[in-house]
Design a protein. Structure first.
Length: 212
């Protein structure tokens, strides 16, 4: 996807954060100023709110330089995939002192991360689900670290919309590497466990409060 995404801004902070996020994910892009002509190869433009009015292009995403660029990058990739929505998005979570999180869209990894705080994990899961359009959304949480699982379930039940399903998944075998699909062979252990948890059907957790 060489040149499919253009970062169009004169803001040093916005540019640095966007470029850092794109490079971490190995995504090719072109750098432009608002007055520059946009190459024919470009399919999505990312810019700031102040500069948006200067850009005449059918697909423009606005980035707030004070926010994590992950969400806007994810939206750009979704546009490039040609999908306005996914059939199903599943977040797999391997709970513990270090939480592995994998966001899966129709069986493909959209985003993955390690988080070291349960409250932060709940916030990142909420943001990830809000940023992606899908017909159905689920969060599957491994049961190997019960204390961390229960804390995360409680936080998610309070923050997530009531139509998002929570499931408890048996973690047995999710850390074994000899069954790891080749396309995930480079993925860190905690995140690989989260990927495998996302693919395993769990027991539905009753929502107590949900979203009001």
């Amino acid at each position: 996807m060489f040149g499919d995404i253009a970062v169009v801004t004169t803001s040093g902070k916005a540019y640095y954060r966007l470029v850092e996020g794109l490079r971490k994910r190995g995504i090719s892009f072109v750098s432009l100023r608002p007055e520059d002509a946009i190459p024919l190869s470009v399919k999505v433009v990312i810019t700031t709110g102040e500069e948006e009015k200067k850009i005449h292009f059918p697909k423009v995403l606005v980035y707030d330089e004070d926010e994590d660029p992950t969400d806007v990058i994810e939206k750009a990739l979704q546009m490039l995939s040609g999908k306005s929505t996914y059939n199903q998005v599943v977040v797999g979570v391997d709970p513990g002192k270090t939480l592995g999180i994998a966001v899966m869209g129709d069986g493909n990894v959209l985003r993955s991360m390690n988080v070291f705080d349960t409250e932060e994990a709940a916030q990142k899961i909420l943001r990830a689900l809000n940023a992606i359009n899908a017909d159905t959304k689920k969060v599957r949480i491994g049961d190997g670290a019960r204390e961390y699982q229960l804390k995360l379930v409680k936080l998610l039940d309070r923050s997530l919309p009531s139509d998002i399903t929570l499931e408890s998944v048996n973690e047995e075998g999710t850390t074994r590497t000899n069954e790891t699909p080749l396309k995930y062979s480079h993925v860190p252990r905690d995140i690989m466990s989260a990927v495998r948890i996302s693919m395993r059907r769990g027991s539905k957790i009753r929502r107590e409060k949900g979203y009001e």
